[in-house]
Design a protein around this ligand. Structure first.
Ligand code: CA
Length: 219
């Protein structure tokens, strides 16, 4: 069961219908206080949380929820200032998406977090490179690596498929959603960003290009 916390009824209805269409059971609440009570009383698989809510703000809901539970939370909000994002992740959100959003991207993020929580994955690594999924942090031999959200998402996706060659199309769909359909160059661009921030700095070969097939982080 997925909980949608959203006071904009149109958005809530839209997301609920899409999720139900995908086969998920869904509950919707519009009030922050009600959301916290419901999240504490029930065992939701995942919570989609708006920030600006009547009753109690989304960050307060999250802060209080985290005292008791680590239910995966995806923040879905119109507030896209960096401070909101940092605050949301500091309070223990697992992901952050801003409105307007592509429903396919939200569905992809949901699949990733459900799979991860089912497997109990908290961190991923490649040699000295460590990704802490709860802290959203990346380090190499203890040295912090600063990545943007998309760079981070791409790295996590590639690590999730370690030892497996993933095509540009697959990567695009999983990390960017269907909105970018056909624009696979963006994958090459972001692989270059990762290489400049990781390979070039630490003198390793992280993401390998497989000609005509895609990319791989070797196992
Ligand atoms: Ca709202």
């Amino acid at each position: 069961m997925i909980l949608i916390v959203e006071d904009e009824i149109k958005i809530a209805r839209f997301v609920q219908l899409e999720l139900e269409h995908e086969g998920y059971e869904v509950k919707h609440v519009a009030d922050g206080g009600e959301a916290l009570t419901s999240a504490l009383e029930n065992e939701y698989e995942l919570i989609i949380l708006d920030l600006m809510l009547p009753g109690m703000s989304g960050t307060e809901v999250l802060r209080n929820l985290r005292k008791f539970k680590d239910t995966p939370v995806i923040i879905l909000t119109a507030r896209d200032r960096l401070i909101d994002k940092v605050e949301g992740l500091d309070f223990g959100a697992n992901d952050y998406m801003t409105k307007p959003f592509a429903i396919e991207e939200l569905l992809a993020r949901i699949r990733v977090h459900l799979k991860r929580s089912k497997e109990g994955v908290k961190r991923m690594s490649y040699g000295k490179l460590v990704v802490d999924l709860s802290a959203h942090s990346v380090t190499y031999d203890g040295v912090s690596v600063e990545l943007t959200k998309k760079e981070y998402d791409l790295l996590v996706y590639l690590l999730d498929h370690k030892g497996e060659v993933v095509s540009r199309e697959q990567t695009l769909e999983a990390v960017w959603g269907f909105d970018f359909y056909g624009n696979t160059n963006v994958v090459d661009v972001y692989v270059r960003y990762l290489r400049s921030k990781i390979d070039d700095v630490f003198d390793i070969k992280l993401v390998q290009t497989v000609r005509g097939a895609g990319y791989v982080i070797k196992a």
